[in-house]
Design a protein. Structure first.
Length: 141
């Protein structure tokens, strides 16, 4: 493979850019645009007010975090794609709700985090949304 090859072929007829910074801007705009569709789904569900707020807050937090990481972290088109797709997935999860909250923690942070190269200790915790069920899952390595 040639150096810098990222699996995409772009030619004169392609609308996709080879410039990661230009692609970041396009993806940041896309995340903002698609979030309106996820909010429309929340409207469609006609949820109780507290659940509606929780899901919308999840969507908005995902927009903010995804766009920050797109702007600050991604250095290649592949990295932009990974971050953008993860943001889209997280918005979908926020829209649908989560019957079982699962947290994955690295360096006491969930979601995106940074760490040094090498073995990464990952802690996974899960619990139902309704605490009175008293069902707890925990796995640590």
């Amino acid at each position: 493979m040639p150096e810098g090859y990222d699996g995409m072929r772009t030619g004169d007829e392609s609308e996709r850019t080879d410039d990661p910074n230009e692609y970041k801007r396009t993806c940041i705009d896309f995340i903002e645009d698609i979030s309106h569709d996820y909010e429309a789904w929340v409207d469609y569900y006609k949820l109780p007010e507290d659940e509606d707020k929780r899901r919308r807050a999840g969507i908005h937090a995902t927009i903010t975090r995804t766009n920050e990481w797109l702007a600050k972290v991604a250095q290649s088109i592949k990295a932009v794609d990974v971050i953008m797709n993860d943001g889209i997935q997280k918005m979908a999860e926020s829209t649908a709700g989560k019957p079982l909250e699962i947290g994955v923690f690295v360096n006491q942070k969930s979601g995106y985090t940074e760490t040094k190269p090498g073995v990464i200790d990952v802690i996974i915790k899960g619990h139902p949304r309704k605490i009175e069920n008293e069902t707890w899952l925990s796995f640590q390595r």
